[in-house]
Design a protein around this ligand. Sequence first.
Ligand SMILES: [Zn+2]
Length: 494
Amino acid sequence: MQTSRRRFFGRTGLLAGSAIGFPQIIRSAEPEAPLPERRPQHIIHLVADGMCWSTFTMGNAFSQLRRQRGLRWFELLHREEATVTAVDMRSLNSLVTDSAAASSSWGSGSRVVNGALNVLPDGRELRPLMPLFKEAGWKRGLVTTTEITHATPAGFAATISSRGDAEDIAQQYLDRSIEVLLGGGRKFFEATKRKDKVDLHRAFRDRGYTVCQDAAALADAPNDRPWLGTFAAGHLPFTLDRDHDAKLQRKVPSLADMTRRALDKLGRETHFLLQVEGGRVDHACHGCDIAAAVRELVAFDEAIEVCLEFQQRFPDTLLVLTTDHGTGGPALNGLGTAYGSSSPLFANLLRAKRSFEAFGDEIPKEPAAEAVRRLLADATGYEVPETELKRFLEFLEGRWKPLFSGMNGRAMQLGQLLANHYGVSWTSGAHTIDYAPLVALGPGAALFRGFQKNTDVFRHYTALAGIDYRNPELPLLAECAPAAADVEPPCLPA
Ligand SMILES: [Zn+2]
């Protein structure tokens, strides 16, 4: 989700106050935790984008159904040496963050407004982790199931006032010579698609990169060259759709495949910082599609497994597993007598074959009842009862609107319709406020004890790498709540 800077300030009128009067640098008043004697040589930051605790809980329950074992991430919560904490992910302007502000807070240690990547509202540019780590001699990698230029990877590497400027972000990756770039978003590198007509693939090749566009090319990519892998024009397909399409499986690597290859290559280096994003948990939840979301979480867990194997071989590796915010607020509800219907309804998730994204466009503009009924039955296993189908079709025809405008969308109402089938309903198709769970394992994990702020992640990573650098920070824009005074810098009078 994106909020343009101009639109935001048009609503709040706060730009002048923060930009002109107070160019202050506020540093955290909290004492730094003592650094561990053993420092990590490798840091892997794993993000399941758009995952609240409820999504995590359902992902674990689905994993039990599907694989007869829980998520590895869940198992880690039992390990004594793992630290488990929660993180306040709010952005500079809102209690509800977007992925750009969230990743920027980790990436630069400074909160920005939603939609911005490492740029303060007064225009000051922040230095993110990737260029700082390069100066310290670390190799760097970004791996994601979204477009590689998307907000979460970009928050570690790019500096730009609008997350939507994907073509410029692609150029910044080249300028900052990130050694491993694997994900989707091919269109932002292609001369025929870019506004400036620059052939960025060629520019990457000229700088020594191996450019790969399918799973086989990635498997063969030489480990002694930097890589740019873009495996789809836009985002990579949902795991739910990939699992049911042999052609997609041959062409598009899974998140675990990409992570394994990234570690094959980066594992040869003395030091590296790698971000791995399961970015489409968020997209599935924006689309109120729980069947797609839980499979994205399982695919993310397979990438965690790859990282844990790597850590076994290279114990000087810090693993950090977290999320940036919730999306859609999905929850399995207590249903039926003594809630006895909840578990069998949830098990219907096993029957889904296609994501909403894959079949949603096949719902005709003027929907015929029988065609919609058949489409839903084929894709989800749900034989929609007559009354529900009638009500859904009336919504599609614009004959009623939900009371909460946040639910006024095709995907949201499809999600609510399917709630009768899966037992899982939604609060909206947007991001939600959530303290993000974070699990850390390996040297440096002890720094993540106690409740954390998103910006602490930057402080910990730079401290562990021996980098002494702080970006400027601004006070929160939207509120001056006294209750926040102990965790936030105080707001100055406007
Ligand atoms: Zn999102």
